[in-house]
Ligand binder design. Structure first.
Ligand code: SF4
Length: 476
């Protein structure tokens, strides 16, 4: 059964960390637009801040991040000077009444920074923005960088969540991806951050890596579980050597095929669920009392460029080369090339070169993606169950909702008639009711969708179709 599905849904699709996705951004969005977006923030706005450090002292061959290999610290120090200029320029435009709920350091390897620079950058953000007392400070950590001085520096800036990439502990797999990181190294990082009061540890696992088998992955999952992480992300390795040249170092003949990937994903997810983790969205797992698991149960889960989040912030401000910001009105993206990014901070402070202003149709499609990614799928098993239950009917079901959205008087959009069998206004015959959870989404969006032109609504089912394929390709 599942082999039919994997064949059907294994085609490459966009990575929906946003809708519309980054390749749709245009160069018509500039610093002038960014200033307007920043100035519009005020009291009641919750902010999530992302800081990108695009340097690593090793280059893992599976990596798809925007990063550069460096063995010297000078480029990092120069970059941090530029980052300082950008933070100051942004903070001048943002009202002190906007409240920071989360600060995330990603990359690259933020732990490449010296302890002195970790403290300096942490203090820079604290002085430039108004932080909530319970703000989460999360840092992506490379165990190979860590020493006592760095642990202390991260504790000093108030780190609350440590995020560790693990991938797979088997030596043959690690050699094939050029990332040697023993279980003992990983455990020492977890122990050290917990000893300094960090309340949450997140581990990233990958399936679909070269030489990876069900046995190697199961062994890695068992080892990870002994670390008792609060959250675990289970991602599929995306082999895109035409985009990331260093991935050509990975031999395609030793990569698991699509059915093996499906089996690996399903097995790892089952192991995590059996161990008490709650599946979150399409690729995360959390302890039931973790704030993300609570947010998922309460329907507060969101997805942004860092993955799933429960910070409740509608606005994401990105700092550093290539960072993306998300506002109610649209997306902005900083200059990607680090040299040009640094030059722009000297000239203007801000470095936005691309972006996208939302149309009403983008909002509708974006909401459909949000529902699909944050609420409908509860892990690979649920995705499979849903596919068995609804199969091809799913797209029909959404098409029925789409008819409802396109008509002001449709029964799908009128709550008073929710309990009656709806009539498809286009075909004029009775159809089955939508599953209740989808109906809620249809009703919720129905209010605004009434103003949409018909063609916008028709394209919604295509958006949903993409979502389905994306979810299956990740889940499987
Ligand atoms: S996986 Fe992490 S440490 Fe490795 S190259 Fe990518 S960003 Fe750097």
């Amino acid at each position: 059964m599942h082999k039919t599905l994997t064949g059907k849904y294994s085609a490459p699709v966009p990575r929906y960390t946003s809708y519309p996705t980054a390749p749709h951004f245009g160069t018509h969005i500039t610093n002038a637009d960014y200033i307007q977006l920043l100035q519009a923030l005020g009291e009641g706005d919750k902010l999530s801040l992302y800081v990108h450090i695009p340097y690593c002292d090793r280059l893992c061959w599976f990596c798809a991040c925007h990063t550069k290999h460096t063995l010297r610290y000078e480029p990092v120090a120069d970059y941090l000077e530029a980052l300082t200029r950008e933070v100051e320029a942004v903070s001048k435009q943002v009202s002190c009444k906007a409240l920071v709920k989360a600060l995330h350091f990603g990359g690259g390897s933020p732990t490449l920074m010296t302890p002195h620079d970790i403290r300096r950058v942490g203090a820079l953000f604290r002085s430039a923005f108004n932080f909530a007392p319970d703000a989460e400070i999360s840092v992506e950590m490379d165990p190979n960088d860590m020493d006592e001085a760095r642990y202390d520096a991260l504790a000093d800036i108030g780190m609350t969540r440590a995020s560790l990439g693990v991938q797979d502990f088997q030596p043959e797999v690690q050699k094939a991806i050029n990332r040697i990181q023993t279980f003992e190294q990983t455990k020492s990082v977890v122990d050290a951050v917990r000893a300094r009061g960090v309340h949450s540890v997140n581990c990233d696992l990958l399936y679909g890596l070269p030489h990876q088998t069900l046995d190697t992955l199961a062994a890695t999952v068992r080892q990870i579980l002994t670390l008792d992480p609060d959250r675990i992300a289970l991602f599929g390795y995306a082999h895109v050597p035409w985009m990331k040249k260093h991935q050509t170092m990975i031999k395609e003949e030793v990569l698991p095929d699509v059915d093996q990937r499906f089996d690996q994903s399903r097995m790892a997810a089952a192991m995590l669920i059996e161990s008490g983790y709650q599946p979150i969205g399409i690729d995360h797992f959390a302890k039931p009392d973790d704030s993300m698991a609570v947010a998922a149960r309460e329907g507060r889960l969101r997805r942004n460029f860092q993955g799933y989040t429960d910070d409740g912030a509608e606005t994401l401000i990105g700092f550093g080369a290539s960072s993306i910001g998300q506002f109610r009105q649209g997306f902005v993206q900083n200059q990607t090339a680090t040299g040009e990014y640094q030059r722009m901070t000297e000239a203007e402070g801000l470095t936005v070169v691309r972006g996208l202003a939302f149309s009403e149709e983008d909002r509708l499609r974006g909401y459909a993606h949000h529902v699909r990614l944050c609420r409908l799928v509860r892990g690979p098993e649920a995705a499979l169950r849903a596919s068995r239950r609804y199969g091809d009917c799913r797209s029909q079901a959404f098409r029925r909702a789409e008819h409802g959205w396109s008509r002001r008087n449709s029964r799908w959009c009128v709550p008073a008639q929710r309990n009656r069998a709806p009539v498809c206004p286009h075909r004029g015959r009775a159809v089955r009711r939508l599953p209740r959870k989808w109906q809620g989404a249809a009703l919720h969006r129905g209010v605004n969708a009434q103003q949409l032109p018909g063609k916008s609504v028709i394209s919604l089912s295509q958006a949903i179709g993409f979502c389905n394929r994306f979810a299956y390709s990740i889940a499987e």
